[in-house]
Design a protein around this ligand. Structure first.
Ligand code: BG6
Length: 479
């Protein structure tokens, strides 16, 4: 008999990140984060990372959707949809405004006490990312982010402070959001948001990335180790951006290239799950003559601090062709990416590939033998508000339904151990890559535009009611 629904206790919910919705960038003693120095961009126009906050520039994360002031109202709406969990992050700069203080900021800690208490009021389990693109800007300026070994201690202090404070209110944690993004080491957004490195044309950014990523992985492992001492029941996961690479054809050269591109992104979670570097990365570092500072002590820590589960975001797949690529070089694949004629794309050019999610769930299960958690998935789209205030978003329902159909197959037919599903941006928020409000993912509409104008009023889209039904039936009814 084929089971039609998801496992009992499946964590249905939604996902956000502090900097993309909280606003209140100077409330309660908060410091300036990387996200606070990112200007607004748009599709095809990258956000700038300015050297500090420059008066007169538009920094959309400063006010975002003011979740800081609206969280009770918003969580009540999540509860109305039936959420079992809510994924958010803790803004590092609310707890340690500069990052290198020894004492945390009580006002910041208190905000998350209240937020998590509000979740529990409705039986909603918080799922918390420690660092979601929110490193204190001071650490970037003074220490070159994770380019410096000292930043490991700053992160671990932040992590243990959170673990201690919220040990009875948060069970599910992740250390770093999409830690593998920095595989694109020539992309300044990925580098700054992952490890606080600013690109410098006079240095070898790739070598710097390997060093910073190593320190970040050690910081992650130490946090896992310390977290388990504080509460052995914690579930602490990795979090990767999973974008599978497909070969453009059955040409073995394409197949080998796709394998190499996948390895190039997987190595971060390989270290977090296995506690050691994959052979291919070690060989590559040798080939390139990179000599990152990796100590024997670090290697022990990596082994001792492996993760309990693999959290991942899934939005799209990519297709690569060896015609433009160098298979033996683990460098950025941008020029190797080709169009996939089987897939449509979103208005922002992201491919739409539900089957890729089933493929990914199987792939990750085979690779890691760990429970999985889909902590982001969704469609960024422009929504239209009708004269009567309603918002019809069948495209969003269609996207999510098709993905959930594939997820259901992975769980019920393929035996994938999946903890939960938290679609991205369950309430409209500031886009990470473009800084736009108009790239909307939410079930809940927020009245605010790209220029920062609007009442901030919340309203339910059609997808709100659809997701409510999905949760109510534990995924049996996806129609
Ligand atoms: C993920 C990030 O990469 O994708 C989120 O973890 C981000 O922070 C999401 O918002 C969607 O990307 P974007 O650029 O459309 O906001």
């Amino acid at each position: 008999m084929v089971v039609n629904s998801f496992p009992k206790g499946f964590l249905w919910g939604g996902a956000v990140a502090a900097h993309q919705l909280e606003g209140g960038w100077q409330e309660g003693g908060k410091g300036v984060s990387v996200a606070d120095v990112m200007t607004a961009g748009e599709h095809g126009v990258p956000r700038q990372i300015t050297k500090g906050v420059i008066p007169g520039k538009n920094y959309p994360n400063h006010d975002a959707i003011d979740f800081y002031g609206h969280y009770k109202e918003d969580i009540a709406l999540f509860a109305e949809m039936g959420f079992k969990c809510f994924r958010t992050s803790i803004a590092w700069t609310r707890i340690f405004p500069n990052g290198d203080e020894t004492k945390p900021n009580e006002d910041g800690l208190k905000f998350y006490d209240d937020l998590f208490a509000e979740c529990h009021k409705y039986g909603i389990e918080p799922v918390v990312t420690l660092a979601h693109f929110e490193m204190p800007w001071h650490l970037v300026e003074k220490y070159n982010g994770f380019g410096s070994r000292e930043t490991i201690d700053f992160f671990v202090r932040f992590a243990t402070t959170c673990f201690e404070r919220y040990k009875d209110s948060v069970k599910y944690w992740m250390t770093f959001n999409e830690i593998d993004n920095q595989a694109s080491f020539n992309n300044d957004f990925a580098m700054a948001t992952n490890s606080g490195l600013l690109l410098d044309e006079n240095s070898d950014n790739e070598a710097e990335m390997y060093q910073a990523a190593h320190y970040e992985l050690v910081a992650s492992a130490l946090a896992v180790k310390e977290g388990k001492k504080i509460n052995p029941n914690f579930m602490i996961g990795a979090m990767i951006n999973y974008t599978p690479a497909y070969p453009a054809s059955s040409d073995p050269a394409d197949i080998l290239l796709a394998q190499r591109v996948n390895q190039r992104r997987f190595w971060f979670s390989d270290v977090q799950a296995w506690g050691e570097y994959p052979k291919g990365v070690e060989a590559y570092l040798n080939q390139k003559g990179f000599r990152p500072d990796i100590t024997t002590e670090d290697k022990i820590v990596l082994k001792e601090g492996t993760v309990d589960y693999i959290g991942f975001s899934y939005y799209q797949s990519m297709t690569v062709s060896a015609k433009n690529g160098d298979t033996d070089h683990l460098s950025t694949p941008d020029k190797m990416i080709v169009e996939n004629s089987y897939l449509e794309t979103s208005d922002w050019g992201w491919s739409i590939d539900p089957i890729g999610l089933r493929y990914g769930l199987n792939n990750l299960t085979d690779r890691y033998h760990l429970p999985l958690f889909i902590v982001e998935n969704g469609l960024g789209a422009v929504d239209q508000v009708e004269a009567d205030g309603s918002i019809h978003d069948p495209y969003r329902v269609d996207y999510l339904r098709k993905h959930l159909e594939e997820v259901k197959k992975a769980v019920t037919l393929d035996g994938v151990d999946l903890m939960g599903y938290t679609p991205w941006g369950c309430i409209d928020l500031v886009s990470a890559s473009t800084g736009q409000m108009s790239k909307r993912y939410g079930f809940i509409y927020v009245d605010k535009d790209d220029e920062g104008q609007g009442t901030l009023a919340r309203s339910r889209k059609d997808s709100f009611y659809w997701y409510q039904k999905v949760i109510k039936t534990n995924g049996a009814d996806l129609k």
